[in-house]
Design a protein. Structure first.
Length: 223
């Protein structure tokens, strides 16, 4: 597989914020970061399609079979799957299982309760941040991921009630504990800073705004 063309394809699929964050990762880890963000976007697309909940559940079960159970009969020729099989580190399957389960919690027409939102944040955010960081058992990274996932959901929800409920749940997850340092974790540290600032203020984001871009640039100058 050509890593350069594969990287370009994944970056083209990502929203601006995730693509920008990938640039802050150490060069050797950028491909993996892009792969993880792309996987999250693929799972989000399953939910955005709507339609029959059973179909969405089947599609998520396919990802479970490929990434968690390691079924070699599925996903052949799919660039993301092939890249995963070549590069996924030990412990990645457990994080992928959490990530998929988080998105699974959004299937169905029922309104999400605070417990549902907390489950979504912990599973999607904890799983994704664990994947990117290579630290599936780090409590602070998992909590930061949960806060980010709720903030991100609030920023993409078309239902104002859901958006405010998600940001309220994120606000409850704000902590004074510092995010781990180090260049390898800088993209997640920057993202957590953006999300926590909005959550602390109880402010619903509207996608990646100009103020986020300015804050990201300022925060990127910090060690």
């Amino acid at each position: 597989m050509n890593d350069i063309s594969d990287m370009a394809r994944m970056l083209a699929e990502l929203p601006p914020l995730q693509a920008l964050l990938t640039a802050y990762a150490p060069r050797a880890q950028r491909h993996w970061h892009a792969l993880c963000w792309t996987l999250d976007q693929r799972l989000a697309a399953v939910i955005r399609r709507g339609g029959e909940p059973t179909i969405a559940a089947i599609r998520l079960a396919w990802w479970d079979a490929v990434l968690v159970e390691g079924d070699p009969s599925k996903g052949r020729g799919e660039p993301l799957v092939e890249a995963w099989r070549e590069t996924a580190p030990e412990g990645a399957a457990a994080c992928a299982s959490l990530l998929i389960d988080g998105w699974r919690g959004l299937i169905g027409p029922e309104a999400l309760s605070p417990d549902d939102l907390a489950h979504f944040g912990a599973k999607r955010g904890g799983g994704l941040f664990g994947l990117i960081a290579g630290a599936p058992r780090d409590d602070m990274i998992a909590k930061a991921g949960s806060l980010w996932a709720l903030w991100d959901l609030a920023g993409h929800a078309s239902d104002p009630f859901l958006a405010h409920a998600a940001i309220a749940e994120a606000q409850a997850a704000v902590t004074s504990q510092r995010f781990p340092g180090g260049r390898a974790l800088k993209p997640l540290r920057l993202l957590h800073g953006l999300a926590q600032a909005d959550a602390r203020a109880g402010r619903v984001p509207h996608g990646f705004e100009g103020r986020h871009y300015r804050a990201l640039l300022w925060r990127s100058l910090l060690p």
